[in-house]
Design a protein around this ligand. Structure first.
Ligand SMILES: Cc1cc2nc3c(=O)[nH]c(=O)nc-3n(C[C@H](O)[C@H](O)[C@H](O)COP(=O)(O)OP(=O)(O)OC[C@H]3O[C@@H](n4cnc5c(N)ncnc54)[C@H](O)[C@@H]3O)c2cc1C
Length: 466
């Protein structure tokens, strides 16, 4: 593999001086979560054609490339070393006017999720993906990681929002698949290979995103429960009671909710409740939505399934409820924090979480242990403190989380954050050897020189975790 500085002059000839950012400046860029950035050079193509020329040059010279979107990914995918050239999508920010009739939005890969959401909203429509990093995460990064977030069980993950896609492959080939229709069965679909491929198969440059009718009214509640078996019952009752208009169902266990709720001077429900769920339904008639929400929650209070419930009476209160759920900063305050994002059938969750907490305590003592997640998607986020930051300690913690998942049919060791660098060794816990082999064959076919995000996802040392 070649040194990126050896092609700096040729890169400048393609991009002009403003298209290059030198390593020292690059390392100063703020990022949350932090990641290791050792690259000597970042390039910022301003068009698909420029990116194509850059990648053709990298392919020719065998220069490794690490792709940067908003750098909010949680699995170390933006990590670079001294031999890597960073390619950023930060100048690919063009947005076409919303097509209101076709309900589509065409956006460059570098447009932030918040900006795309705002454009949709200005046109009276909804871009139906949303997550805490919306202000910085990009359309391209969201597609590359197939991000999910807070409304997935109603609208699907990023994959379900992408009608069309343009990408540049490792050798500079521009793959344009800019569909605008929901149905397109004209043979196998190249879009689907790129979505969720974490920059290993190509660099996404533009997308046509599907928009939905915007439901301007919401009813949002925080609900306290004493037992886990009442949580899926609450979900069932709300799904039917809200007439299929439930959009969010975010569960928080006490270990997460109690510290997260400190973001408010007066938490809306008792921080000591074993389980707290943020529920939100969207529709066009606020009074009708609230009446339905109140009805369901009153019934469940009566039956003892829930112990307390507060419905937001204003947009301010709604924002407060979400501020608790989005207060993921508490995870990063854990000493030597280790974070996980898994999914498993709800029926297996009570046993899995109880066994996990017990094995974590047996291994590491009474460390803080946090659980929360997009429960209607069977998605659980797990975080706990570790006694030290040694790689071997993190490895023991990872084995405690991932090994039991391999025995739960249908579980996944990565629900929505992807594999990146950090989860690579554990991919084989819930993917079969045949699935991993297919991923590698696709990588070899699309990037034969192995220059794109070379250390990520399907690198050769994947899979045994031992
Ligand atoms: C506070 C917070 C909350 C979050 N909540 C959620 C959540 O609820 N649900 C969820 O799914 N995720 C969540 N995430 C993680 C989520 O995966 C990222 O926010 C987002 O998807 C990555 O977008 P990005 O533009 O920052 O990409 P980056 O972090 O820059 O990149 C992520 C990966 O994609 C690659 N990549 C980036 N852009 C492109 C491109 N244009 N073409 C090809 N490859 C590319 C990178 O090389 C890297 O491997 C959260 C993150 C944070 C920090």
């Amino acid at each position: 593999m070649a040194d990126p500085m050896a092609i700096a002059d040729r890169l400048q000839a393609i991009l002009g001086p403003s298209g290059l950012v030198p390593g020292p400046e690059l390392a100063q860029r703020p990022a949350f979560p932090p990641y290791s950035c050792g690259s000597p050079l970042l390039v910022r193509p301003a068009s698909t054609a420029e990116l194509s020329a850059v990648l053709a040059l990298c392919h020719e010279t065998r220069t490794p490339v690490v792709v940067h979107g908003g750098r909010t990914g949680l699995v170390g995918g933006c990590t670079s070393g001294p031999g890597d050239l960073v390619v950023s999508t930060e100048r690919l920010t063009a947005m076409a006017p919303v097509d209101v009739t076709g309900r589509t939005l065409e956006a460059g890969a570098g447009v932030t999720i918040a900006a795309a959401q705002a454009a949709a909203e200005d046109a009276g429509l909804l871009l139906a993906v949303d997550w805490g990093a919306r202000g910085t995460a990009t359309v391209g990064g969201g597609i590359a990681t197939n991000a999910g977030g807070n409304q997935v069980f109603r609208y699907g993950m990023m994959r379900e929002q992408v009608l069309g896609l343009e990408a540049v492959l490792a050798d500079g080939t521009i793959l344009s698949s800019m569909g605008r229709v929901i149905k397109n069965n004209a043979g196998p679909d190249p879009r689907q290979i790129l979505i969720g491929s974490e920059g290993c198969f190509g660099v996404i440059t533009r997308a046509v995103l599907r928009l939905r009718p915007r439901m301007p009214q919401r009813s949002t509640a925080l609900v306290a429960l004493q037992r886990f078996d009442c949580v899926p019952r609450l979900l069932d009752r709300l799904e039917s009671g809200m007439d299929g208009r439930l959009t969010s169902f975010e569960a928080m266990w006490r270990g997460f909710h109690a510290p997260a709720a400190r973001i408010l001077a007066r938490p809306p429900v008792d921080p000591q409740s074993p389980f707290v769920v943020l529920c939100e339904a969207s529709g066009s008639d606020e009074a009708e939505l609230s009446a339905r929400m109140e009805g369901v929650l009153a019934d469940l209070l009566g039956s003892g399934d829930i112990s307390d419930a507060v419905i937001a009476g204003s947009e301010r209160e709604r924002a407060d409820f979400w501020a608790i759920r989005d207060n993921v900063g508490v995870l990063f305050q854990l000493p030597n924090a280790t974070l996980f994002d898994v999914s498993l059938p709800i029926a297996a969750m009570a046993d899995y979480t109880a066994d996990l907490e017990q094995s974590v305590r047996a291994a590491f003592g009474e460390v803080p242990f946090m659980l929360f997640g997009h429960l209607a998607d069977q998605n659980l986020h797990i975080a706990f403190a570790l006694p030290d930051d040694l790689a071997s300690t993190h490895h023991r913690a990872e084995a405690l989380v991932y090994d039991p998942l391999s025995r739960i049919p249908g579980a996944s060791m990565s629900a929505e954050h992807g594999i990146g660098l950090l989860k690579r060794p554990w991919l084989g816990r819930t993917r079969t050897p045949e699935e991993i082999a297919i991923m590698r064959r696709l990588k070899a076919a699309l990037d034969p020189a192995g220059i794109l995000n070379p250390g990520l996802v399907v690198a050769q040392d994947v899979a045994d975790g031992s």
